[in-house]
Ligand binder design. Structure first.
Ligand SMILES: C[S@@+](CC[C@H](N)C(=O)[O-])C[C@H]1O[C@@H](n2cnc3c(N)ncnc32)[C@H](O)[C@@H]1O
Length: 209
């Protein structure tokens, strides 16, 4: 049977908030800490989470900034339902394929956490993020950091066994990719949820025209 990321994530949806909790939470707290520096708790701003998964990050943003206008896109139907169910009425969560979909609006905040490795043309996708960011907007992007020998071996295995596992990057390679796009890096980190995993995470703004 043919499987793609949708089948994989439908079958593993509960693992995202349980088995992977430590892995996702460290990224979400990094992003929330930076949003708290930028916005007051009652601020009105728009957020788009591309590949929003179960919607946990959007729900944390809602808890912290109840007036934020929340949007999300995911290609897995069950992820869209899960996200809709944990957010207030008015949040706009849609099912779309990020390989072909182009955002229709501009946002104050655009987020992509560990999604780019599934995308056919990550450079073009990042350019779309830059295009759809308001002039003073901010983008948060994370990916695995394939920097250690162990992660290089594991990555080879995932590329053979995980559906739609397309591209991964060392930190140096990912910075080179970002530098070729319409975004520029404001802040970055290497996050280590445990002894094995390493994540690269970036706060970006639009490059000056
Ligand atoms: C590793 S999960 C990350 C979820 C969430 N961003 C997080 O950090 O918890 C990847 C997500 O991207 C979605 N996804 C992967 N490829 C996609 C595509 N081409 N279009 C839309 N969504 C996609 C999957 O359904 C899944 O929810």
């Amino acid at each position: 049977m043919h499987t793609d990321y949708r089948t994989y994530y439908k079958n593993n949806i509960d693992a995202i908030d349980t088995k992977w909790h430590q892995f996702t939470e460290i990224q979400f707290q990094w992003i929330l800490a930076r949003l708290k520096l930028k916005y007051k708790p009652d601020a009105l701003f728009s957020v788009m989470d591309l590949g929003c998964g179960t919607g946990r990050l959007l729900s944390l943003i809602h808890e912290t900034f109840p007036n934020a206008h929340l949007s999300g896109i995911d290609g897995t139907t069950l992820m869209v339902f899960r996200t809709q169910n944990r957010l207030p009425f008015g949040a706009q969560i849609k099912k779309n394929d990020l390989n072909t979909y182009h955002l229709k609006n501009r946002y104050d905040v655009i987020i992509s956490t560990t999604v780019l490795h599934h995308i056919n043309n990550p450079g073009a996708h990042i350019d779309m993020i830059g295009e759809c960011l308001k002039d003073d907007g901010v983008a948060y992007i994370s990916e695995f950091a394939i920097d250690t020998p162990l992660l290089k071996i594991a990555n080879f295995w995932w590329s053979k066994t995980t559906p739609d596992h397309k591209t991964t990057w060392s930190t140096q390679q990912f910075i080179e990719l970002l530098n070729k796009t319409s975004l520029s890096i404001k802040d970055s980190d290497n996050l280590q949820p445990n002894w094995f995993w390493q994540l690269q995470i970036y706060e970006c703004k639009k490059k000056a025209a």
